[in-house]
Design a binder for this molecule. Structure first.
Ligand SMILES: Nc1ncnc2c1ncn2[C@@H]1O[C@H](COP(=O)(O)OP(=O)(O)OP(=O)(O)O)[C@@H](O)[C@H]1O
Length: 290
């Protein structure tokens, strides 16, 4: 496991008290390249696939951008990348001197994903763990991200090679854990939480996705998957619940059509406490408003 970045005894940044990768001789965290000035890095993780981690990453980026921040998304879900599809982006990243330029969404979010580099978007990525991990590192070292207030990292699900690489190699400021109601009761989420804690990365809190369906006639919340376990999970883990999102067919439709940037529905409104928590964590580090 990576050195504990909150308790680094080698460099300990005097302002934040955390490991400063640029001055720490013992760190494995990669420094930023000369073509990037990224102020705050947040990873979105989940225990299992399909719980809505990419949708939450995309909505978080959209919400931050609507508040006036410059935002990018690094799609670290190398074997199941869905960020380009959610934003309807197909442009191949261009080369700029020795760097790759991220693609831009219609409203100006910057994104980098392996899917943008494949000859066909449905080509499978049949790579072994070390190659997957090195691709993620290159999305940090070889991409000219420019000036960003926030970089959102859409992690692959679980606790395998690639999430471990992201935690060890990228200077994550915090993580957010997304899960579905059934998933929260299981140990997969606790594994996620333990992994982040062992890596010394602060966890902002929990997001329960697909928690309920709001009846279109009376607004009653129908718990399709039975009662949520988010409060219990919050109590057991000591983490705050930052958002409880409904099943929203409009979100799925707009994501499938590549128009998630135009989404205005309930999931975005319910995500506001998460956005506040992200901004607050950045402000603590000294990142000013855009
Ligand atoms: N709150 C929601 N309401 C309706 N549909 C949703 C919601 N959240 C996610 N979905 C849909 O569920 C599917 C999976 O979502 P998403 O790709 O965000 O999950 P994921 O956890 O990132 O999956 P993977 O790990 O496979 O990438 C998508 O079709 C998405 O549109």
């Amino acid at each position: 496991m990576a050195e504990n970045k909150t308790q680094c005894t080698t460099c300990k940044d005097k302002d934040t008290g955390r490991c400063n990768p640029e001055q720490c001789p013992g760190t494995t965290v990669l420094p930023q390249n000369e073509a990037s000035d990224i102020k705050h890095v947040i990873a979105v993780m989940s225990g299992k696939g399909g719980v809505g981690k990419s949708s939450v990453s995309a909505l978080l980026a959209v919400a931050l951008q609507r508040r006036g921040y410059k935002v990018g998304i690094l799609d670290a879900d190398i074997t199941g990348p869905s960020i380009p599809k959610l934003f309807g982006v197909i442009d191949r990243p261009e080369q700029f001197i020795k760097y790759l330029l991220p693609a831009r969404t219609l409203k100006g979010l910057q994104i980098m994903s392996l899917n943008l580099l494949l000859p066909q978007e449905d080509d499978p990525v049949i790579w072994r763990g070390p190659i997957l991990s090195s691709a993620v590192k290159q999305f940090w070292t070889d991409v000219a991200w420019g000036e960003l207030d926030y970089l959102i990292v859409d992690m692959p699900p679980g606790t395998g090679d690639v999430p471990l690489t992201v935690m060890q190699s990228l200077p994550l400021d915090a993580v957010v854990v997304v899960s579905s109601p059934q998933d929260l009761a299981t140990m997969v989420v606790r594994k996620n939480i333990k992994m982040a804690r062992q890596a010394g990365i602060p966890i902002l809190g929990l997001v329960e996705n697909m928690s309920y369906l709001a009846c279109p006639h009376c607004g009653e919340q129908i718990r399709l998957f039975g009662p949520g376990h988010v409060e219990e999970a919050a109590r057991k883990t000591g983490l705050p619940v930052l958002a409880v999102l409904p099943v929203d067919p409009q979100l799925a439709e707009m994501g499938d059509a590549g128009h998630i940037e135009d989404y205005e529905g309930a999931s975005l409104q319910n995500l506001e406490p998460l956005v506040d928590a992200v901004v607050k964590s950045a402000e603590k580090k000294g990142v000013k408003g855009a």
